[in-house]
Ligand binder design. Structure first.
Ligand SMILES: [Zn+2]
Length: 215
């Protein structure tokens, strides 16, 4: 359970296996709940709890569940126990609200996931550099030709190590689109016009960078 006051908590919930359990519905995955935690000697327990938002529309949409599942799986892998960060709590909450409420096509769902991942990396202090060469600080966008996980961002054609298989070829258009997405709010996603091909490439870059940093 990810909490506002105490970060990630591991709690034991009693009696949730029963079909009539009221508690189970208040603490099912992807639910905003008000939960009282009971401290125990060996474990902490879920006390009284009441669901404030079950994100029902999200849970009725298979494509939305897939995106939420991917985002939450990655989140659980990175967030350590007892690290408190209310900005991260509200980022996840805003993401779930937007995913629940907005009408989103397949391309928009991928854009939403990318925007979430970028904001998440930024809060964790891991956002890669897209504006200047990670090695020599070159800022001329026309010279930034590669993205390299090891270097932690874009690299210019002078600095690139040719034999490095991590190099992803990029161009000005792609950099400008990524830079735009780093500043974008969730509700602006509905107005974005980026081709599915470029979105797929950005998704790969962000996904493999995250994998490189955290796996
Ligand atoms: Zn360089």
């Amino acid at each position: 359970m990810y909490t506002l006051e105490n970060g990630m908590l591991e709690l034991v919930a009693r009696g949730t296996g029963k079909k009539t359990s009221k508690l189970a519905s208040h603490i099912e995955p992807i639910t905003l709940s008000d939960v009282m935690v009971i401290r125990g000697r060996n474990h902490d327990y879920v006390g009284t709890s009441s669901a404030e938002n079950c994100f029902r529309k999200l849970k009725e949409d298979y494509e939305k569940i897939v995106v939420a599942g991917e985002v939450i799986a990655g989140f659980n892998q990175i967030i350590k126990k007892n690290e408190v960060d209310e900005n991260i709590f509200f980022l996840v909450l805003n993401f779930l609200h937007f995913l629940n409420d907005a009408e989103l096509g397949s391309n928009e769902l991928i854009i939403l996931k990318i925007v979430f991942e970028i904001k998440f990396l930024k809060l964790l202090g891991y956002l890669p550099s897209f504006s200047r060469c990670s090695r020599c600080d070159e800022r001329d966008i026309s010279k930034l030709k590669y993205f390299n996980n090891q270097e932690g961002g874009v690299v210019c054609s002078k600095c690139v190590l040719a034999a490095n298989e991590e190099n992803v070829i990029i161009d000005e258009d792609l950099i400008n689109n990524i830079k735009f997405l780093t500043k974008c709010n969730f509700d602006e996603i509905l107005k974005i016009d980026i081709s599915p091909k470029i979105i797929a490439k950005i998704n790969n870059i962000v996904g493999s960078f995250k994998k490189y940093q955290f796996e």
